[in-house]
Design a protein around this ligand. Sequence first.
Ligand SMILES: N[C@@H](CCC(=O)N[C@@H](CS)C(=O)NCC(=O)O)C(=O)O
Length: 206
Amino acid sequence: MLTLYGTKGSGSAAVEAALARAGMAYTGVDAASWNPGPGRDELLRVNPLGQIPTLLLPDGMALTESAAILIHLGLVAAPGLLLPSDAGARARVLRGLVYIAANCYAAISVIDYPERWCDPCEDTVKAQIRAGTRARLHEHWRVFADEFSIGFDAGSPGALELLATVVSKWSGSRAHLQAERPAFHAQLLRVEQHPDVAPVFRRHWP
Ligand SMILES: N[C@@H](CCC(=O)N[C@@H](CS)C(=O)NCC(=O)O)C(=O)O
């Protein structure tokens, strides 16, 4: 059995959606570094960073990092479902997954916790870090839309579509994309409506 550590409105939604697409069963543990309690205690025992999503595999190995989790699920799910079978198309998806993790998800972490990179940190400096990182995050999404719109399959969402749809939920990225790249923004909304994953998105963002 798989165990997924996560909470509402977080990055665990991407993994839940992938598990739903693949029809894979799992046990969910409500856990987040910002929610003290038994879930967080358990999460910290398997992932010292206390970050979600964290997926505990049947052999007890803790898989962290959204891109790695989604790639793993793509490799064990039915061929072609979460990762393309064609090598060229798959290479593009792997690039996209790492792009989101390295450029977009990492920026969210700076926006949420500027003090981790600036300690002690004046409130004005924190505000500057947040504003600058948010602008950079929006630019990263704009570039993502330009680089990855072709082949972005909202009608049959796989690992890349699901991670992009979840990580773009935060820090004004959707509003930015709606204004700057409306066709890509419409694709993200389409992913959320896919019948396999719509219940997951509704639960996380009612
Ligand atoms: N590099 C990780 C980042 C995961 C991450 O930052 N998750 C957030 C929730 S969406 C988190 O757990 N933040 C709490 C913290 O960093 O203390 C990934 O790509 O999965």
